[in-house]
Write a protein that binds this ligand. Structure first.
Ligand code: SAH
Length: 456
């Protein structure tokens, strides 16, 4: 869970008590210590030379490189699977409890049933992290053999090291087609095949219904930040910081004149709600990558039928500076240790919902709170069933109850995380029914004007 700061941000200034040092005659050394910067990371060195040669980069570009730089990106580097979980930098719902993945499995089956049990169909996960959610989905859906026989699994993961971690987690082995298709281990009696793809664009546009889940993906997608100034919206950029005012090597600056992204923003319908309001110094965030992803998914659902579920922490406005960095469950400075800390922004669910609602043939539901959705999906019954198992120990009972509270409590993940669904408009015709866990009146109306997506 990355929504809550566990400890205060580390100070960006190195302060030195000069009195003691002065007494032993180390005045010159204290001056050197004042200049002490944190060690430069390999990605930091690369970014600094890029900025020195070409000028400051957008927050979007900084975040993109920090997370997915092919060698030094936070998710791309070897061992990246260790950053997720209680011993890593942040914890996510599937890592909190198997209950989460089980109910996502129930949701996928329920959508498949309401589509009329199509065969073949595809179960797609985008951004699967350590592969825990898919492992729990596959385990939970063994009780629906018809579903398991009908579906093929597609994993969309940008990080090569996380792709390997997911293959190990699922116990998958490659078939003799140059590693394109993998098979689950022999104890999986359904012979389910799994394929990995680097990006959603690589997922073939086969004419099969697509049941898709993306859990904590949107918050990992880079965003542009813009600040309202007396001369209009200006983009926030990242520049090098060679001064001795900060321990970090980078600092935020405002673009002195319009950038391509701020120009596109000024022309878009995004600003309509904010421009006239009295919000001086306001910051807004726009993630074209998140919007393009939701748009792509909605189009796939509309084209070949299916359903999609996005779960993330987020807001329902583009207002606010939500860029945060996490290391070992603590919030740290976003511009420190590039490539070694998790960078995240709140998903803008309102913009994502509108973007998807614009797609002809797609119907969007939510966002609703994760706790509400899990409650409607029957988490209490599932918990009860697990607790009634005679073999369960007291420690396991404690663990399950605490995990369930953490997932559902409005003051914890239950309120901070939201769930958004996209369904095919014919399967869930307005007013008749809605995807599992949603009510028909939670569907989103398309906005009157198309949002212009700033190209990623
Ligand atoms: N869903 C997992 C992991 C969340 S972390 C969980 O809840 O535990 C974000 C995940 O999204 C990582 O696996 C990261 O590598 C992946 N990711 C980030 N950007 C991506 C992109 N553009 N395409 C595919 N995967 C991406």
């Amino acid at each position: 869970m990355r929504g809550v700061a566990v400890r205060r941000m580390t100070s960006s200034i190195v302060s030195v008590d000069r009195r003691g040092l002065g007494r032993v005659g180390y005045a010159e050394l204290t001056e050197d210590l004042r200049l002490l910067k944190e060690p430069e990371t390999p990605l930091g060195a690369e970014l600094a030379s890029q900025i020195k040669a070409r000028g400051p980069v957008t927050v979007h570009e900084y975040m993109r490189q920090c997370l997915l730089h092919p060698r030094h990106g936070y998710y791309a580097r070897p061992g990246a699977e260790r950053v997720i979980g209680k011993d890593g930098d942040f914890i996510t719902a599937p890592e909190v409890s198997q209950l989460f993945g089980e109910l996502v499995g129930v949701w996928l089956v329920s959508e498949w049933l309401s589509l009329g049990k199509p065969s073949p169909a595809r179960v797609v996960e985008v951004g699967p992290g350590r592969g825990t959610l898919m492992a729990d989905v596959l385990q939970a859906t063994t009780s629906w053999p018809e579903f398991r026989q009908a579906v093929r699994v597609e994993m969309v993961e940008a990080s090569p090291s996380l792709r390997t971690a997911q293959q190990l987690r699922l116990g998958a082995r490659p078939l003799a087609d140059r590693g394109r298709t993998w098979r689950l281990p022999d104890h999986d009696r359904f012979g389910t095949s799994v394929r990995w793809h680097e990006s959603l664009r690589d997922l073939d546009d086969e004419p099969f219904p697509c049941l898709l889940v993306a859990q904590e993906l949107l918050d990992a997608m880079p965003a542009h930040q813009f600040v309202k100034t007396p001369s209009g919206w200006r983009e926030k950029l990242v520049d090098v910081d060679d001064t001795d005012d900060s321990a970090h090597h980078f600092r935020f600056v405002l673009a002195p004149s319009p950038t391509p992204a701020s120009r596109a923003l000024t022309l878009s319908s995004y600003l309509a709600a904010y421009d006239s309001s009295n919000c001086d110094d306001a910051t807004i965030e726009v993630s074209p990558t998140a919007l393009a992803t939701v748009d792509d998914v909605a189009r796939r659902v509309a084209r070949h039928s299916g359903a999609a579920l996005f779960v993330d922490y987020g807001k329902t406005t583009c207002l606010g500076d939500t860029l945060r960095a996490f290391k070992r469950h603590a919030q740290v400075m976003p511009l420190g240790d590039p490539g070694l800390v998790d960078l995240t922004v709140d998903a803008d669910f309102a913009a994502c919902a509108k973007q998807a609602a614009l797609v002809d043939g797609a119907r969007v539901y939510g966002p609703i709170d994760q706790g509400e959705w899990l409650g409607r999906m029957g988490i209490a019954h599932r918990l009860e069933a697990l607790l009634n198992n005679d073999a369960i120990t007291d420690t396991q009972v404690d663990h399950l109850i605490t995990a369930c509270e953490r997932l559902c409590d409005p003051a914890q993940m239950g309120g901070r995380y939201k769930v958004l669904a996209i369904a095919h408009s014919k399967t869930h015709a307005l007013g008749l029914e809605a995807p599992a866990g949603f009510r028909p009146d939670e569907s989103v109306s398309p906005p009157p004007d198309p949002l212009s997506v700033i190209s990623p």
